[in-house]
Design a protein around this ligand. Sequence first.
Ligand code: NAD
Ligand code: TYD
Length: 350
Amino acid sequence: MKKILITGGAGFIGSHVVRLFVNKYPEKDIYNLDKLTYCGNLENLSDVERAHNYHFLKADIADATHILSLFEEYRFDGVIHLAAESHVDRSIVNPMEFIRTNIIGTVNLLSAARHIWQDDFSGKRFYHISTDEVYGSLGEVGAFSESTPYAPHSPYSASKASSDHFARVFHDTYHLPVVISNCSNNYGPNQFPEKLIPLFINNIKHNKPLPVYGQGVNVRDWLYVEDHADAIDTIFHRGKNGDTYNIGGNNEWKNIDLIHQLIRIMDRKLGREDGQSLKLVTFVTDRAGHDLRYAIDASKLRDELGWSPKIKFIEGFEKTVDWYLQNGAWLEHVTSGAYQEYYTKMYANR
Ligand code: NAD
Ligand code: TYD
């Protein structure tokens, strides 16, 4: 594959995937297609934007005509599709935007790939990136495997589940060379501060309340974003067409324990007294339909493709905090303007 399209490359995970591919595959042309929504930020790619093999295309994946014309013009050989509306709380407020981008946008991309490849699929690949949230919620024990039935509980996860079904259908019906992965919660540099970890880092820094939903007992499995990008590279090149791979960190944390750990690290790095920021913890109204626990059984990826995470949690967590503290300008930039309005609306009545 000479020409690789990465959608959503200006976002959190996408920017790490673009960086990895641009640096690791100088002989390939990497096209980053992104609409640059509120969380799409080309600053995330300032270190690779001048590379000879990096190209940026501004487009909305929900615009079928534009997407088809770009596929006809550039004739990509491979697609890694990450563009999405990705925040559960926003999906609860405005589900339609999630249907538009996550479902219609995905089907537009699948259709455009099928159209330009004209049923000659040799050497071609469409990789759809998804989430473990499509499987719903677990009790105290067990883990999601690739055969766990889908049971989404939020408009976000329902839209991702639908897009997964369409990706699978394009393989089963049209033989499009599709591969899918479902990953657990990512953390690391460049994540938009609407998600738990960067939001809490920003609030601790500014001595603002830390809004913990419910009792903070929900459990998530956390994976460092560069590990996810590495898994994507592995599955894109070696995954089997028509297959799904679960990706996880084997690293479950109850929210409140994770938050206490974050406070300990931040207080140390900010030169505050140990535990000083604990007083910022504020229990607020729970998220509607809040999934209790996610956990991933990633044994298929380990056994079939030999992949497992490389970055230990404590190392990744320290690196993440350091990045946000050292990139104050990035954080100030993305939390100015519309972010303030979002924050007030989302947290005012909790
Ligand atoms: P993000 O919200 O940080 O970035 C999404 C990117 O998509 C942004 O650059 C945005 O501008 C772009 N985009 C949004 N709508 C678009 C449209 N209509 N047309 C073109 N571009 C558009 O998301 P993320 O956290 O990096 O997630 C990337 C992908 O990984 C998503 O598909 C998400 O479902 C999946 N995923 C995320 C996580 C996680 O923990 N963040 C875990 C598993 C899977
Ligand atoms: P989030 O980062 O939004 O990811 P997801 O909902 O996709 O797992 O949230 C992670 C966990 O943190 C989830 O259980 C909800 C909780 N949470 C809070 O307690 N407070 C917050 O302000 C946010 C954004 C999340």
